[in-house]
Design a protein around this ligand. Structure first.
Ligand code: PHE
Length: 341
């Protein structure tokens, strides 16, 4: 009786071995698994017959049963591995050389970043270094230290974003003048590009956030001539070697005297066109000689040190350079616009 069963086991193993070696897909292996060790399969059926075996034959049969069961499980595992390895080989071998290559989408610089980079490069050549300051500022750094009287219109909550706790969003990069001088002894030669915020109603030329680049030069015996020659060199590097500049008297609390600096129009070379509103000049920078009160506020001796400062709007330069007629294009992140630069 147990011999008969052992024969049955052996022939079943042989059968499973043949079938599994020939299997070419997962479904065939799965069918064999169900047939052999599934709940209603061969192995559970044989195991159910165990109780009919005479006690003296049980050890021998039990051994044979375990061997068979392990063997079948091993065969199933082997077959699965073999199919997997075959699949791997196939995909390694197959390489379709006619497939189009993978495209790496290359990003480009935003026009505002391009103008910042160009301006920084020009001032670097003149020995300026880049300094940075926070966008969330104190009222002190944005106004008081810059000699701005308490009734100055720029302090109006209609123009400035206040947090109500002595902090605000900086309205100008001139804050960095103060921050730098507080921490460093003269001489000073810095530029500081960065984001500023004003409570402007957005239109073609106004945005609530925009960028400026600030310059500060402090040394002994600095004069308006130094300021003018620096801005002229900058204008020619940025806009072309025929660029002319002119200065008009103006007022800023932190400079005295103060000027507006115009560059000759790059579109019409000063002849007059729509871009320069037929004046031949483009208003580019606010500038002036640093007010002695500002120097005192940071602990510099105004008898010993003097200097100039200037500030310009980056978007305005970008708009002129790339002929963009609405500042809002710069902030809409429309790819059709950005891809042109
Ligand atoms: N901060 C001034 C503005 O925002 C520009 C400026 C900077 C003027 C430095 C003079 C000196 O308009």
């Amino acid at each position: 009786m147990s011999n008969e069963l052992i024969d049955k086991l052996n022939s079943k193993i042989e059968y499973a071995e043949k079938a599994l070696n020939a299997a070419t897909c997962d479904a065939e292996i799965e069918n064999m698994r169900v047939e052999m060790i599934g709940r209603n399969g061969f192995i559970p059926a044989i195991s159910a017959e165990m109780k009919n075996i005479p006690p003296q034959d049980k050890p021998e049969f039990g051994k044979a049963f375990n061997v068979a069961k392990n063997k079948i499980e091993a065969l199933l595992e082997e077959a699965k591995e073999r199919l997997k390895a075959q699949d791997r080989k196939k995909s390694e071998k197959f390489f379709d050389v006619t497939l189009p290559g993978r495209k790496w989408a290359l990003g480009g610089k935003h026009p505002v970043s391009k103008v910042i980079d160009d301006c920084v490069a020009i001032f670097r050549r003149m020995g300026f270094i880049v300094a940075e300051g926070p966008e969330v500022e104190t009222v002190y750094h944005n106004f008081d230290a810059l000699n701005t009287p308490s009734d100055h219109p720029s302090r109006d909550p209609q123009d400035t974003f206040y947090f109500g706790d002595g902090r605000l969003l900086r309205t100008q990069t001139s804050t960095v003048q103060i921050r730098y001088m507080e921490k460093n002894e003269p001489p000073v030669r810095i530029i500081s590009p960065g984001r500023c915020f004003r409570r402007d109603t957005p239109d073609a030329t106004h945005s609530m956030n925009f960028h400026q680049i600030e310059g500060l030069y402090i040394d002994k015996n600095v004069s308006m001539a130094d300021l003018k020659s620096t801005l002229l060199y900058f204008g020619r590097e940025l806009m072309g070697e025929d660029t002319q500049i002119r200065m008009r008297p103006h007022f800023f609390p932190f400079t005295e005297p103060s000027v507006e600096c115009d560059f000759s129009c790059i579109m019409c070379e000063g002849k007059g066109c729509r871009v320069c509103k037929y004046s031949g000049w483009l208003e580019i920078a606010g500038a002036g000689m640093v007010n002695p009160n500002v120097l005192k506020n940071v602990g510099y001796d105004p008898e010993k040190w003097s200097g100039y400062a200037f500030g310009m709007g980056i978007e305005r330069i970008a708009m002129i350079r790339y002929r963009i007629n609405d500042i809002r294009f710069l902030y809409e992140n429309d790819m059709r616009f950005l891809e042109q630069f």
